[in-house]
Ligand binder design. Sequence first.
Ligand code: G
Ligand code: G
Ligand code: MN
Ligand code: NA
Length: 254
Amino acid sequence: LQLVNALRYAIERKQLHVVYQPQVALRERAIIGAEALLRWESPELGNVSPAEFIPAAEESGLIQSIGAWVLREAVRQAVRWRAEGLPPVTMAVNLSAVQFRNTDLPKLITRILQEEGLPAEYLELELTEAVAANDPQGAIAMMNNLHERGVRMSIDDFGTGYSSLSHLKKFMAYKLKIDQSFVRDITTDAEDRAIVNAIIQMARSLGMRTIAEGVETIEQLSYLHEHHCDEIQGYYFSRPVAATAFRQLLLDGA
Ligand code: G
Ligand code: G
Ligand code: MN
Ligand code: NA
């Protein structure tokens, strides 16, 4: 409860901010995307992880306003970088289960894109596989709706959420994000390799891109590159950073 009370005023008090982690295309060797990740610096509680406060925000209903705020912040940042003439990047924003189930979500997204002036194809929405698998019919309908509006969808934490293959082909997903638990030991663990290879092959057959999360070493990167993973994200390239630091990464190139 203390958490929720503190969170209730966090936006007004400017305690929330967004950091950005680059998504790097392996063939092009270029940053082609940014994942927006929420941070909360509370004077009372210190730095609280979204893994902790998002569930509390969902239970209290605060997720609607926090989620809308993150979307607008991230879209605005993407517009700023475009206006500066920096290389174009897709902006990826995480959606919580509660946001995703809100039937007003498509309208909200379209309104934010129009008001801020970002073409829809530069916004990517990340939905975890677990949320999609939990209500496949609802997920298919929502993803179709967002897809028709030109927004890209990616399936986050892929490989951990038990979605059935018959549903997966109906999800209008642009990209599968291979969960970092499979990437961690990819250079030594034969089973993790087999899983990652299978995900990459399946995604290719279904016309989806793949991105590996949690890439920390050159060895992991090389393996993924050799096995035709399209993109990587992880500390090897950069931690999530403030907008000004991300801008410098774009200027420097990959
Ligand atoms: O960046 P970090 O490792 O601290 O993120 C922890 C978890 O919080 C991850 O699962 C991430 O997807 C989630 N997360 C980060 N930012 C957001 C956000 O803006 N909305 C939602 N729903 N989840 C987020
Ligand atoms: O659940 P989601 O994939 O949205 O969250 C990604 C989380 O992983 C973020 O909290 C981010 O800070 C974290 N992360 C990003 N890159 C790395 C990495 O290379 N190693 C580890 N351990 N965590 C990472
Ligand atoms: Mn994510
Ligand atoms: Na993930």
